[in-house]
Design a protein around this ligand. Structure first.
Ligand code: ADP
Length: 318
């Protein structure tokens, strides 16, 4: 549905994006993740035909963003980071105005407005002034206007920025409900957001794609350290000796504070062997209590830092 190839954009001396390549399939929600200044907004603006790229290709629903911008715009809804809403207008009036600009008329227009208000749960504020709405509601009005032309593709730039926690949950749910129905690109610098909302994530750093995968695969694939967090009711040195005797256990360290009956340990292990059963057997064999055991997964934060550091190192080497 969206295809981007070797896209580069320079603002004079600044290279905002540098050879970005990715695809988004129909009905997929893609998370565009990266720190501020990574190039997310630049990519989204190019895809929405707001500005041309310096080089490279971008197509939406088979239409070229540079050659056929009108065809692209017909099929695309865009919510910029700070959406340009008219604060003195009432919600219904505003949607009516945008719908007219998008070419809708009469009964078609009325039914479409009712439909998008329902989808974004703003029917109850139809008569309210936009300027008087909470930020969360305003954001929904922004999404509603982007949906008026029934776009196949929806591009949302930091849709949860500046919202309170309850509003964030609601907006995320609204977006998640579009999965399978619309193709969505959502930019964010908030890591948990992508694992909650997105089917796939593209990590962008300094204008380059540094990783692309499902949030789940990314944490599995990037699992460099294999470790198990273990809490036992056992003396430290004896437990350490018994665990180190297991084939595949490399290191055992105290992980936090020991309290009565609970000795927290971090057990680093070989990639090739799952030693959890052997550890449980050793603990029970020694008559100790097994309080907790769990595999340590790298969090998205750790993966991100890891990828970004790796990329910086590569750049220094070349
Ligand atoms: P993000 O959306 O990930 O925060 P942007 O796409 O806004 O990143 O910015 C990418 C880079 O391009 C940054 O270094 C930013 O300073 C630069 N940039 C963005 N817009 C302009 C502009 N209009 N003129 C010059 N530099 C810009």
């Amino acid at each position: 549905m969206i295809e981007v190839k070797a896209l580069t954009k320079r603002y004079n001396d600044v290279v905002a994006i540098d050879g970005v390549t990715f695809r988004v399939e129909k009905g997929e929600i893609l998370g565009f993740l990266g720190p501020n200044g990574a190039g997310k907004t630049t990519t989204m603006r190019i895809l929405s035909c707001f500005m041309p790229a310096t080089s490279g290709e971008a197509t939406v629903a088979g239409f070229d963003c540079f050659e056929e911008p009108m065809e692209v715009k017909k099929r695309l809804g865009y919510l910029p980071e700070s959406s340009p809403l008219y604060k003195d207008m009432r919600v219904g009036e505003y949607l009516d105005f945008v719908a007219a600009v998008k070419g809708l008329r009469g009964a078609d227009k009325r039914s479409k407005i009712a439909e998008v208000m329902l989808e974004t749960s703003i029917t109850d504020v139809e008569k309210r002034l936009i300027g008087r709405l909470s930020k969360g509601y305003r954001q929904r009005v922004g999404i509603a206007q982007a949906l008026l032309n029934d776009p196949e593709v929806l591009i949302l730039d930091e849709p949860t920025a500046g919202l309170d926690p309850k509003q964030i949950v609601e907006i995320r749910q609204l977006i998640k409900n579009m999965s399978g129905k619309r193709t969505v690109i959502l930019s964010t610098h908030i890591l948990p957001e992508v694992s909650i909302v997105c089917d796939r994530v593209l990590i962008i750093h300094k204008g380059r794609v540094v990783a692309e995968d499902t949030p789940q695969n990314l944490s599995q694939r990037r699992q460099k350290k294999n470790a198990v967090r273990l809490t036992v009711d056992a003396p430290l040195e004896e437990a350490r000796a018994a665990l180190l005797a297991i084939d595949g256990v490399k290191e055992v360290t105290l992980d936090g504070y020991a309290k009565a009956g609970e000795m927290p340990l971090l057990v680093e292990t070989d990639h090739a062997r799952d030693v959890r059963r052997d550890m449980a057997a050793a603990i029970i064999h020694n008559g100790w209590g097994l309080v907790e055991m769990r595999q340590v997964m790298m969090s998205l934060e750790e993966i991100f830092v890891d990828l970004v550091t790796e990329e910086d190192k590569t750049n220094v080497q070349h």
